[in-house]
Ligand binder design. Structure first.
Ligand SMILES: Nc1ncnc2c1ncn2[C@@H]1O[C@H](COP(=O)(O)OP(=O)(O)OP(=O)(O)O)[C@@H](O)[C@H]1O
Ligand SMILES: [Mg+2]
Length: 295
């Protein structure tokens, strides 16, 4: 995947709600095409405010702060001077509550609505609808009324109806909050399928085990600033930083760090590393003596 081109660039972005609440206190951040980014951080750290800047739902409140998008036609636009529907063609935003964006009586109508408004050919649309339902694990639900879907399935329908618009980037705010393990996985798998087809994915999540498994990059927010930014292994190994931001890294990562196995994120990684360290273990003669113990 080519990460060399940035699809989103933020420079010096501040955002204040009213006079007192500074939600973003100066953020510089670039998102590369093809990344799968997870934004993490404690409640109120500015994650949603940050994400809403990615497609102009919010704009910087300081004059020199800027957010720029690389659009499909290769031009770069500033969100401040560009209409929302134009920005939405590049960055789609899926709200935390899927019911904010589901209005129709069948999944088919729900998915057809946006593309029809853009003048899509109805004959081609039928196939596209079936394909998008399949990509989010809802194959065959064309005629299902969304009210008969579970909350998690509606979340996946909302993802499909945003992505069927053809945006390059999908920003998804807390897609797994309140979902059980199995449903959370289906939602992340739906996003992973789109990622594998070349979309750039940005999620906000409190579920560190899923973040570790799916994201290629983690951006941790604290008090309106980027606290740390790197691969999941890099971010979750920064123990003090993590404690400060009240983030609980994946349990497998915590346990592995205690066992002296840094860079482990999942139980599978841990099992592999432990079996490798067993095979590579020195003979009993070479084991450390009492005097070698580190105090
Ligand atoms: N509409 C608003 N009006 C006033 N203050 C707001 C508004 N939305 C957010 N804030 C404040 O801005 C700060 C950042 O909020 P934001 O919603 O971006 O955080 P968050 O990291 O998404 O939190 P959560 O994990 O709870 O969703 C918080 O102090 C919040 O109270
Ligand atoms: Mg939020």
């Amino acid at each position: 995947m080519n990460h060399s081109e940035n699809v989103i660039e933020m420079v010096g972005v501040e955002h204040r709600y009213g006079r007192d609440a500074t939600a973003l206190a100066g953020v510089d951040l670039a998102i590369g095409r093809g990344e799968f980014v997870a934004i993490i951080g404690r409640n109120g750290s500015g994650k949603t405010t940050l994400a809403k800047h990615f497609n102009g739902l919010l704009r910087p409140t300081n004059s020199h702060g800027a957010v720029r998008l690389r659009t499909k036609d290769g031009t770069t636009v500033d969100t401040r001077g560009t209409r929302l529907h134009h920005l939405a063609a590049t960055v789609g935003y899926v709200f935390q509550n899927p019911d904010r964006q589901i209005f129709h009586d069948t999944c088919r109508e729900e998915l057809e609505y946006g593309p029809r408004n853009l003048g899509a050919d109805p004959a081609e649309l039928a196939q596209e609808v079936s394909d998008s339902l399949e990509l989010v694990g809802l194959a065959g639900h064309e005629e299902t009324n969304p009210i008969h879907l579970s909350r998690g399935e509606r979340q996946r329908l909302a993802i499909a109806s945003t992505l069927i618009m053809g945006c390059d980037v999908a920003v998804v705010d807390e897609p797994t909050t309140g979902q059980d393990r199995a449903e959370s996985r289906k939602i992340l798998d739906a996003l992973a399928h789109h990622h594998a087809r070349g979309r750039t994915i940005v999620i906000i999540s409190h579920d560190m085990a899923l973040v570790a498994e799916y994201a290629t990059r983690v951006v941790a927010m604290r008090q309106g600033r980027v606290l740390t930014d790197g691969s999941p292994a890099e971010v979750f190994s920064q123990r003090e930083v993590i404690q400060e931001s009240n983030i609980r890294p994946p349990q497998a990562a915590v346990l592995a760090a205690e066992l002296g196995l840094p860079g482990i994120l999942t139980v599978d990684d841990a099992v592999r590393a432990m079996s490798e360290s067993r095979t590579a273990a020195p003979s009993p003669d070479a084991s450390p003596t009492h005097d070698d113990k580190v105090h």
